[in-house]
Design a binder for this molecule. Structure first.
Ligand SMILES: Cc1cc2nc3c(=O)[nH]c(=O)nc-3n(C[C@H](O)[C@H](O)[C@H](O)COP(=O)(O)O)c2cc1C
Length: 330
């Protein structure tokens, strides 16, 4: 009998395949459907730091100024902010009442300050854990690498002071010493690291000569980054690792579990195929486990991680030379 149950962040999950933070996790109806189709947990659509802090919405400010209604500005700003936050807390409460799978709240943040008190409200609303999508593109030429990294540790420290629920950090791979950062963050008091978040990249429209945005959805080949890094870091970190980016089907989920992921997160695959695709991924996972005689996730989780693989150097192979020297001339 195949048993997909596992633990993640100290929580008991029915399955390691979970719904990533996205437009598929922003209403109770969709969350109920995700549970129905087998998702082990859901990560709610993020609330943004700017929605929590007192930043003014430019459009509203311009509008109020143009119509000579500046006196309403503060009221308007506070009201909208309050409505967003209340809505988010209600989503947590309603989702918790409607499903039995863990509900992980999510905040999209770039700094370590004012918004952190909202984390406490999230905990009070009943969230099982809090995922922090730390969204910093290291493009500021006036800030050193060390300063950007420091921010991650500060964010963890601030939020840890506010909540007792497990904290998960979702990070990108833009670090100069990624392995060390993953290891150090994993021992900073968090319970999980999501490898990796995914920035939208710019693209160029060569007809209109404008900058547009490229590939909102990931393509399956993008699994290689989380696969390499989860494979290399699994067994060497102090927290769970969850895989995000490129989990396109059952096969990619299996690979990431073999690398040592505790959970794998789906976003683009749901946009491409719909919520029912959760079941397809689960079926592929079950079929594969049956074929290979694995009854439980822990029977194979981490089996191909660098620390357990007989030839660990394959993870470190970065040059094409060896690949081509092994093949006929191409
Ligand atoms: C339309 C869309 C909305 C997303 N919204 C969020 C979000 O609010 N917070 C977040 O942390 N990640 C968000 N993500 C990123 C996903 O959670 C995920 O990390 C990323 O898409 C890579 O996974 P994938 O290859 O399964 O798409 C979003 C992704 C998409 C495509």
């Amino acid at each position: 009998m195949i048993d997909l149950s596992c633990t993640y962040l100290g929580l008991q999950l029915k399955s390691p395949v979970i719904a990533a933070s996205s437009g598929f996790t922003d209403t109770v109806q969709k969350i109920v459907q995700l549970e129905k189709h087998g998702a082990g947990a859901v990560v709610l659509k993020s609330i943004f730091e700017e929605e929590i802090t007192h930043e003014y919405d430019k459009t509203l400010r311009d509008e109020a100024e143009n119509t000579g209604r500046e006196e309403f500005l503060d009221y308007l700003d506070v009201r909208i902010r309050q409505e967003n936050l209340t809505k988010y807390l209600k989503l947590i409460q309603d989702a918790k009442a409607a499903v039995s799978i863990p509900v992980i709240a999510s905040i999209n943040c770039q700094s370590s300050f004012e918004w952190t008190s909202f984390a406490r409200e999230i905990e009070k609303a009943g969230a099982d854990a809090l995922e922090l999508n730390v969204f910093i593109l290291p493009s500021n030429l006036n800030i050193s690498d060390g300063e950007t990294e420091k921010l991650y540790f500060e964010i963890v420290k601030f939020v840890k002071e506010k909540v007792n629920i497990p904290i998960v950090l979702k990070i990108s791979f833009y670090f100069s010493n990624l392995g060390q950062v993953i290891r150090d963050l994993s021992f900073s008091g968090i319970k999980g690291l999501v490898l990796f978040n995914r920035f939208y990249s710019p693209d160029f429209d060569i007809d209109s000569l404008e900058v547009s945005s490229a590939n909102v959805l990931s393509y399956p080949g993008e699994i290689s980054m989380p696969l390499r890094w989860i494979g290399m870091m699994s067994g060497r970190v102090g927290c769970d690792l969850s895989a995000s980016t490129g989990v396109a089907d059952g096969k990619s989920a299996i690979k990431l579990l073999l690398a040592g992921a505790s959970t794998v997160q789906l976003a683009s695959a749901l946009y491409r195929h719909g919520i029912g695709y959760m079941e397809v991924v689960h079926q592929e996972l079950r079929d594969w486990m049956e074929q290979h005689g694995f009854n439980r996730i822990d029977d194979f989780r981490g089996k191909l991680s660098q620390s357990r693989y007989e030839n660990p150097s394959v993870f470190e192979r970065v040059q094409f030379m060896k690949y081509f020297s092994d093949k006929e001339a191409i």
